[in-house]
Design a protein. Structure first.
Length: 363
């Protein structure tokens, strides 16, 4: 009996192995439902996205740029928002200011210490790594045309900012060869704090709270709220959401809700009339060209609201040509001292569509 059992067991094992060999390829050939969706990214496509520059300067392209070149780039593409000397131009917070030669020597900014009365935290006060400046400018600036600066222009712009902060001299040329030495002079280079628990999977969090599991208060405590006058500071949120899906923005042209949000009627999707530019949505054009960052639809943000522009230009015989010129070339002085930067990336057809929409009442 023992011999028979051994033979049977061996036969069963052999049959199992044979079945695996036969069915294995068949199972391997069965494709997942998503197998044919998309394709592998090419090396060139990956390289186009893989542009980040780390604090150890991995990813930094070879190149250089002078302070004098940076001044040219700055005045042409940056000063309209950031001021001639990085002091701001009523659009963004200052980039330069608040640092001293003593800060450069010790790597800590005194104006960041508790009790300081310095009125405004600037970029150069806070940023600890020069790679952060390089990376952000390279991927996000200028605001109205990101990723359009050449490698030399990025190096030069960073050099100009560092020169304004007295980190490098007037005749300095920043390059991939000397940027590590420049890092040693960043005013807040020692300002980073390494908090180990946040780096450990089993570490404790940096905040603590106790969740209420029973007999909880019916009404939550509101510890902060948005002032009523600021509800539509960026236009009606309901008009800026996609018209599909479960989420809708609040109708900020109306008073804030008095009851739970879920009990309030959901604002209806806003249908925007198509423009003359190939049937495209004018509001989408305005958003994609960053126009809505400075102009509200019915309110001033940095520049005037579109409704104000419509009212001011409605009686001009050359209103369309005038507005197209303003959109493409920029300008200042009509609505205040803050200049509007030129928008050369906007096509003539899109600029005409925007102009006609504004002339038609900006609705």
């Amino acid at each position: 009996m023992k011999t028979m059992f051994r033979i049977s067991a061996r036969a069963a094992a052999a049959a199992f192995v044979l079945a695996a060999l036969v069915t294995g390829p068949a199972l391997a050939q069965k494709k997942a439902p998503w197998h044919d969706i998309g394709r592998d990214a090419t090396k060139a496509e990956v390289a186009a996205w893989d542009i980040d520059v780390r604090p150890d300067f991995k990813g930094l392209p070879k190149g250089s740029g002078s302070v004098s070149k940076g001044e040219e780039v700055w005045e042409a593409k940056c000063a309209s928002c950031h001021g001639v000397f990085g002091e701001s131009n009523e659009v963004f917070t200052p980039i330069v200011g608040g640092t001293t030669k003593e800060d450069i020597a010790r790597g800590r900014v005194k104006n960041l210490e508790e009790g300081s009365s310095y009125p405004q935290k600037t970029t150069m006060m806070k940023v600890p790594t020069v790679s952060t400046l390089w990376d952000y400018i390279n991927r996000a600036m200028p605001w109205n045309a990101p990723k359009t600066l050449t490698t030399e222009e990025v190096y030069a712009t960073v050099a100009y900012i560092l020169n304004l902060a007295e980190v490098v001299p007037d005749d300095f040329v920043l390059s991939d060869q000397n940027i590590a030495e420049v890092q040693k002079r960043m005013p807040n280079r020692n300002g980073m704090v390494f908090y180990e628990p946040l780096w450990r999977v089993d570490g404790k969090g940096d905040v603590k709270n106790v969740a209420c599991m029973k007999n909880c208060p019916v009404d939550p405590q509101i510890r902060s709220s948005l002032p009523g006058f600021a509800r539509d500071a960026h236009g009606n949120i309901a008009e800026q959401n996609r018209v599909i899906g479960p989420v809708r923005g609040a109708d900020t042209t109306q008073p804030p809700p008095t009851g739970p949000v879920g009990s309030q009627p959901r604002p209806a999707p806003v249908v925007v009339a198509a423009a003359a530019s190939g049937g495209s949505d004018v509001r989408a054009l305005l958003a994609s060209n960053s126009c809505t960052a400075c102009h509200g639809f019915t309110n001033k943000i940095v520049g005037p609201g579109f409704n104000e522009i419509a009212a001011k230009t409605k009686d001009r015989a050359d209103a369309e040509a005038y507005l197209v010129g303003r959109i493409k070339n920029g300008g200042s002085g009509v609505y205040g001292p803050v200049p509007m930067p030129a928008q050369p990336q906007v096509s003539d057809a899109d600029a005409q569509a925007m102009a006609r929409w504004i002339i038609g009442g900006a609705r």
